[in-house]
Design a protein around this ligand. Structure first.
Ligand code: FES
Length: 86
């Protein structure tokens, strides 16, 4: 599990190993735009401010990953804390 912090809202949530980031955010009542929810469409791409994402999508290029973007539907975190710019 890891913690996801939403920088603009000033809140954080634990993401357990059996849940996606979008599931946890939705359960908390936070609206996240998604479409495919399989890591292919790019609708849920979000900027990361801190932490190391563990990418599981098929959408982002290496350059986009290096620039600090991740998908919230399938990707997770290598670091204990992931800070998102939302
Ligand atoms: Fe399609 Fe996340 S919803 S990539």
């Amino acid at each position: 599990e890891f913690v996801v912090r939403l920088a603009k809202r000033g809140v954080e949530f634990v993401v357990p190993s059996d849940k996606a980031i979008i599931d946890v955010l939705r359960e908390a009542g936070i609206e996240v735009q998604t479409s495919c929810e399989q890591g292919v469409c790019g609708t849920c791409v979000t900027p990361v401010l801190e932490g190391e994402p563990e990418h599981h999508d098929l959408f982002l290029s290496d350059e986009e990953r290096d620039s600090g973007l991740m998908t919230l539907c399938v990707s997770r975190s290598r670091s204990k804390l992931l800070v998102l710019d939302i």
